[in-house]
Design a protein around this ligand. Structure first.
Ligand code: MG
Length: 356
């Protein structure tokens, strides 16, 4: 018996009956030999961590664009916070932690530079629109490469969890696995709480402005609110399971109402507030102009995107290229293309500034 088979056997014996077992995966788009050590979800998680798109998350905006401090969240630290919250909920429900981790680490790979500002402008520029969760699938199945094939060739359950991670306050379809459902909720638990923390850090919000009715329920500190949400989700879901009801991962109605209330408050006060809106229009300006530039000058993109342009059209190639950019690379590209530069050599400029 291989080590992987030992792991699969452990999953069979130890995970909850409603957990997803790697041995029962619906598989990958391209057939592959099983790994001797790792389960299919462990392999997927590792491919995601080793991808270039994952590394670029460190320079992609969470909410605040290029914040002047080391302690603000980036898209990478958001992803890690989602992962930690989701693994705790997963452990409390005895689910497949490797699958949870793979979905968590991949869920936002399709986010554009400048977060929702980039997403909104790309959405308006192409037929068929643009959504970051669909773009995460695009990154995972086409833009990233595995053994020179398109995409990372991940398991079906990972892709299903990624596509269904957004749309908390809607009737959008849920992920087929409970592990995928855990990510959708953990994403909201993470960003509402850490965006409150970052907004206070930025001086855009003081704790007293947050609606008391929700803090009374969830707690008055960052860690207390996360602990309340995580614990309640585990206990409420376990309760539903014990009652023999259809298993859906969710918090109790009172806690759910408080989380949704705080999220709505954050949309009004911060995400759609005056400071973020002002930054958003500048970010949109940059993305829109880069889109126009690469449409006219496709040869300035790397060879992969020229190949995509030939196969799927120029719009798709430019979207893939721009959406993959980090904030910094996007700004650098804009400066290089659109901002005139001095032709005076640096050494000469230094002499002049000293008046010599
Ligand atoms: Mg997210």
């Amino acid at each position: 018996m291989s080590i992987r088979q030992e792991i699969e056997k452990r999953e069979e014996e130890m995970l909850a009956e409603y957990a997803t077992r790697s041995a029962n995966s619906r598989g990958r788009a391209r057939e592959e030999e099983d790994d001797p050590i790792r389960s299919c979800f462990m392999v997927d998680r590792d491919r995601i961590v080793h991808s270039k798109s994952f590394r670029r998350l460190k320079h992609k905006t969470q909410v605040f664009i290029a914040p002047p401090g080391d302690h603000y969240r980036s898209r990478l630290t958001h992803t890690l916070e989602v992962n930690q919250i989701a693994k705790t909920i997963g452990a409390g429900l005895n689910l497949n932690i490797d699958l949870i981790e793979a979905i968590a680490l991949a869920h936002d790979l399709g986010h554009t530079p400048f977060a929702h500002a980039g997403e909104q402008i790309l959405d308006s520029l192409v037929d068929g629109g643009f959504k970051h969760n669909q773009n995460s699938i695009r990154v995972l199945t086409r833009v990233e490469q595995h053994r020179k094939g398109p995409g990372l060739n991940l398991s079906w359950e990972v892709l299903d969890g990624v596509i269904h991670h957004s749309g908390y306050d809607s009737s959008d379809e849920l992920a087929s696995t409970l592990e995928g459902q855990v990510i959708r909720l953990s994403d909201k638990i993470a960003y509402v709480q850490h965006d409150i923390d970052d907004s206070i850090r930025a001086g855009l919000l003081v704790l007293e402005e947050l609606p008391r009715e929700y803090l009374d329920v969830l707690g008055y500190t960052h860690s207390k609110r996360i602990a309340t949400l995580v614990t309640d989700t585990i206990m409420h879901t376990r309760c539903l399971i014990q009652q023999g009801k259809q298993v859906v991962v969710k918090p109790s109605p009172e806690i759910d109402r408080a989380l949704k209330g705080l999220r709505k408050f954050m949309f009004e006060a911060i995400y759609n507030g005056p400071v973020c809106q002002a930054e958003r229009s500048r970010a949109a300006f940059i993305v829109e102009h880069l889109f126009k530039y690469y449409k006219k000058n496709p040869h300035r993109m790397s060879p992969l995107y020229l190949e995509i342009a030939q196969e799927e059209g120029l719009d798709q190639a430019v979207i893939d290229y721009i959406s993959g950019m980090s904030d910094e690379y996007c700004i650098e590209s804009f400066l290089e293309i659109y901002v005139p530069r001095s032709l005076v050599p640096e050494a000469k400029k230094g002499l002049d500034s000293k008046g010599k």
